[in-house]
Write a protein that binds this ligand. Structure first.
Ligand code: HEC
Ligand code: HEC
Ligand code: HEC
Ligand code: HEC
Ligand code: HEC
Ligand code: HEC
Ligand code: HEC
Ligand code: HEC
Ligand code: HEC
Ligand code: HEC
Length: 328
């Protein structure tokens, strides 16, 4: 295991680690400054000095750090040698940094997680990944966030207990996501929306920000499986299925929010007419644009209120023997 060696034999392990980092760097993380050059060797020749030495110069950060789960586990109940390294489990061996902390030209002497410090992102993430590469983080490599050069510390701040769980940068999951996803903040402010602003739900109920096997970081395999996890009544099977419901809930709904009723992507009857516009039965002749708009007369009563659903009420599917048209 490379990660074990990294900590047992710093020099050799780091050389191997940096080589591997170089490969991943060029393939998945296109560094803006030097896409082709591997990062400089990390902490070359540095040795571990123990947390007491770090704390002697960094009292305030340590006070805050002491309230976090890492501090508790690493200090009170370390499970292995890596965890016993405490500060240096994340920041790497610190002897060179201790000897010349103000040497800003020599940034390679310690792994820093702030933008100003300049440690390559792949290397930062690799420090966390030595302990967190399975479970929820299993699909990090190649995920939308990894390929867009996010570092773990864009969402996490392990130095401070900001959030009840998850060591997040902001107080809640949603606020953490909104720091970059302003458009989604706007979506959730629309008239009809998933109860995110009410605090009843978080982005992480549907997404795994660390990457998943499906697209758009969804936790379930498909959009529909995601929705069924809470709206089980829509799963069916129904005696009479409405094809677009099985196909994709987003044929009619927005996932986050909408200014139309019930998160619908378009107002009714246009919603239905997108697909039922051809002259099948009554729909096209009776519900053309002029009647809907009331040009030359009053709007048809059949387009008012629930519109098509005044009659076709069981739009997600019907179990009634005579429900082929979703009227019951
Ligand atoms: C002799 C005092 C001293 C010791 C010992 C020391 N540091 Fe520092 N550290 C500093 C100073 C001074 C700076 C600011 C350097 C700068 O801004 O150029 C600094 C900066 C840092 C940073 C800032 C990185 C960033 O993102 O801005 C980190 C992280 C850090 N130290 C961690 C550690 C760790 C971990 C240890 C123990 C292995 C340690 N330090 C030991 C003095 C020390
Ligand atoms: C679990 C990993 C981890 C451990 C353990 C850890 N740090 Fe940090 N540290 C980080 C990350 C990530 C950041 C960047 C935080 C941010 O985004 O501002 C950071 C930032 C810092 C900084 C610079 C920013 C600041 O808060 O002043 C210092 C100094 C620092 N750490 C020192 C320490 C010391 C001393 C210890 C041990 C007592 C320690 N760290 C333990 C991950 C860790
Ligand atoms: C030496 C191993 C180690 C390293 C390195 C490490 N962690 Fe952890 N981390 C742990 C352990 C142990 C826990 C306690 C929970 C557990 O057992 O999974 C934990 C818990 C967490 C949690 C969950 C907090 C909670 O409230 O449940 C987050 C988030 C986290 N780590 C992020 C990070 C990030 C980000 C980094 C890199 C900056 C990092 N860790 C580096 C070992 C590590
Ligand atoms: C885009 C934001 C984001 C990024 C980037 C991110 N995380 Fe997380 N992470 C979260 C959120 C949100 C949670 C859930 C927090 C909660 O449940 O309270 C979480 C939870 C965790 C947990 C605890 C629960 C679990 O899933 O095991 C660990 C450990 C963790 N993250 C590690 C990492 C590591 C390591 C990285 C970098 C490879 C990383 N995270 C990058 C947002 C992020
Ligand atoms: C530091 C900025 C940043 C933060 C914080 C952040 N993201 Fe992202 N996110 C991005 C970038 C960059 C992309 C890729 C470009 C895009 O789609 O906008 C992205 C893409 C996504 C995507 C689309 C993925 C795809 O395959 O199209 C989802 C879903 C997502 N983020 C969810 C989240 C969630 C949930 C959180 C909070 C836990 C979060 N993000 C926090 C920057 C961020
Ligand atoms: C109810 C489940 C659910 C919740 C909660 C949720 N999302 Fe999504 N999100 C989705 C679905 C479904 C998609 C679309 C997937 C597709 O089209 O393949 C999506 C798409 C996205 C995208 C890709 C661009 C877009 O808008 O289509 C981003 C970015 C995103 N979500 C961020 C977030 C953020 C940030 C939060 C929390 C503030 C959040 N999501 C909460 C289900 C959810
Ligand atoms: C984590 C659970 C969860 C998931 C996953 C989920 N929902 Fe919801 N949904 C809710 C909750 C809670 C409400 C609010 C119910 C209420 O207020 O009575 C809601 C409300 C709705 C509403 C009604 C909105 C309104 O204005 O009354 C629609 C439509 C909806 N969800 C569709 C979807 C779709 C489509 C998906 C998949 C992309 C989905 N939901 C995924 C929990 C979830
Ligand atoms: C053909 C368009 C269409 C598709 C596809 C569709 N819905 Fe709907 N959905 C509607 C309409 C229209 C309403 C409003 C019903 C009303 O006003 O009575 C609605 C209402 C809802 C509601 C809130 C009222 C209720 O019945 O509980 C939920 C939740 C919901 N849909 C979930 C889903 C889920 C989950 C899927 C995917 C499995 C889905 N919808 C697919 C058209 C659709
Ligand atoms: C994304 C396209 C799409 C949307 C939007 C849509 N439908 Fe459908 N609908 C279909 C398809 C495909 C069928 C199956 C047609 C078939 O089997 O010939 C169907 C079948 C039906 C049927 C049964 C007709 C038959 O021939 O069996 C009714 C009634 C119906 N839809 C009403 C509605 C109503 C009302 C709305 C709006 C709330 C709506 N549909 C929205 C695609 C759509
Ligand atoms: C006043 C009640 C009523 C309203 C409102 C209504 N329909 Fe119908 N619809 C019916 C009846 C009745 C049938 C025929 C049922 C049968 O033949 O079994 C039907 C049949 C259909 C069919 C199947 C046509 C076929 O060729 O078999 C579709 C598709 C359909 N409606 C779509 C719509 C759409 C789209 C709207 C809204 C624009 C709408 N309906 C509004 C009563 C209504």
């Amino acid at each position: 295991m490379r990660t074990n060696r990294l900590f047992t034999f710093p020099r050799l392990g780091l050389a191997v680690g940096v080589l591997a980092t170089g490969l991943t760097l060029t393939s998945i993380v296109a560094s803006p400054t030097s896409p082709k050059t591997p990062p400089p060797p990390l902490n070359e020749g540095a040795t571990y000095i123990g947390e007491t030495a770090c704390i002697s110069c960094h009292k305030a950060p340590n006070n805050q750090f002491s309230h976090t789960i890492h501090a508790n586990v690493f200090r009170l109940n370390p499970k292995n040698e890596k965890e016993k390294l405490s500060c240096e489990a994340c920041h790497g061996p610190g002897s060179k940094h201790r000897d010349d902390p103000d040497n800003r030209a020599n940034r390679v002497s310690l792994v820093g997680f702030t933008k100003e410090w300049g440690t390559p992102i792949a290397l930062q993430n690799q420090m966390c990944a030595t302990c967190h590469q399975s479970g929820g983080q299993m699909f990090w490599e190649g995920s939308a966030h990894a390929t867009h050069q996010l570092s773990c510390s864009d969402c996490h701040n392990p130095m401070v207990k900001n959030s009840a769980t998850g060591l997040l940068k902001k107080q809640s999951i949603n606020e953490t996501c909104y720091t970059c996803h302003q458009q989604q903040r706007a979506d959730f402010a629309k008239r009809s929306h998933m109860p995110i602003p009410e605090g009843k739900m978080s982005c992480a109920d549907c997404h795994n920000p660390h990457g998943t096997t499906s697209k758009t970081l969804l936790k379930a395999d498909t959009v529909n499986e995601t929705c069924y996890s809470c709206h089980a009544d829509k799963r069916g099977p129904f005696l009479w299925e409405h094809a677009p419901v099985r196909d994709n809930c987003l044929s009619c709904h927005n996932a986050h929010g909408s200014n139309h009723d019930k998160l619908l992507s378009t107002a009714r009857p246009f919603l239905c007419q997108q697909c039922h516009a051809v002259a099948n039965g009554h729909s096209a002749p009776l519900y053309n644009a002029s009647q809907v708009l009331g040009a030359g007369g009053n709007p048809s009563t059949r387009v008012l209120s629930h519109s098509c659903q005044n009659c076709h009420s069981q739009i997600h599917g019907s179990n009634h023997p005579a429900g082929a048209r979703f009227q019951r």
